[in-house]
Design a protein around this ligand. Structure first.
Ligand code: FMN
Length: 245
């Protein structure tokens, strides 16, 4: 009787232990699956957050670029219509970086066959500016200008066939870029002619010691404007023609 009770008890204990271990194993399995699920969800959530941040950044960038373009368009129109020949300057010197910027703007101009047949000479030395002013009848403002850029055509870079006079147009485009860049950067400048007047070209050639293949197109005095020179309204509707004459 005692033995059978003991055996029954042992069987019961074994059953309970087996049940408990089964329960534990199941629980462990469930916990493992839950942990994996939580980990997967956390990763997915992380990816979603990163994607949302990236999307928000891209959208913000796009909006910024659009606003920048809008601003630049406004500034650009303003620069074109506000540009004027400036012949009156303050005594402030023009920074070398600004002069370099103007020449970089010149080099951004279009040129026939992209030959870029130009050279730019920046002058800030008073004696050189005065010497040129002395010899150039329509460039007397140079005596008051702190700097000048001389735009030249390089005949070794220029076309040599029927298109050889393109250098003038190319250098003219570069000159206009310089004038616009001056306006845009708070400077004032004026195109004064050297080409096609031989006597004026000779003055520039001699003063700047230019070699034979370098022809000066113009002298552009540059300085900070006093505010005296104003932009002119040149709009004339009769100059515009649509489709045919
Ligand atoms: C090819 C060319 C040659 C010029 N030559 C001179 C010049 O020798 N001296 C001068 O003071 N201005 C000169 N100018 C500037 C013009 O007089 C000026 O552009 C024009 O009166 C219109 O005025 P704005 O530039 O203020 O719009 C020249 C302009 C060009 C395009």
């Amino acid at each position: 009787m005692g033995l059978s009770f003991f055996i029954l008890l042992k069987i019961k204990i074994i059953n309970i232990t087996a049940d408990f271990s089964y329960f534990c194993k199941q629980k462990l399995k469930i916990m493992k699956t839950r942990n994996i699920l939580i980990a997967v969800l956390a990763i997915l959530l992380g990816i979603a957050v990163i994607l949302i941040i990236l999307f928000a950044q891209t959208t913000k960038k796009e909006i910024d670029i659009k606003e920048e373009i809008k601003m630049e368009e406004q500034d650009f129109t303003k620069v074109i219509f506000e540009r004027k020949s400036v012949r009156n300057y303050t005594e402030a010197a023009v920074e070398k970086e600004k002069l370099e910027k103007l020449m970089r703007a010149g080099m951004a101009a279009p040129s026939a066959r992209n030959l870029q047949p130009w050279e730019f000479i920046a002058v800030t030395e008073r004696s050189i500016l005065d010497e040129m002013a002395d010899g150039l009848p329509y460039c007397k403002m140079l005596t008051k200008a702190p700097a000048a850029i001389i735009v030249c055509g390089n005949m070794e870079k220029a076309a040599t066939d029927v298109d050889k006079s393109y250098w003038v147009q190319d250098c003219a485009a570069a000159s206009q870029n310089i004038l616009l860049a001056a306006e845009a950067t708070g400077l004032g400048a004026v195109w004064t002619a050297a080409f096609p007047y031989q006597e004026r070209m000779d003055v520039v050639i001699k003063t700047l010691n230019l070699p034979e293949h370098i022809i000066p197109l113009n002298v552009i005095p540059v300085g900070y404007p006093t505010g005296k020179d104003k932009a002119k309204d040149k709009f004339k509707p009769e100059n515009i023609h649509w489709e045919k004459w």
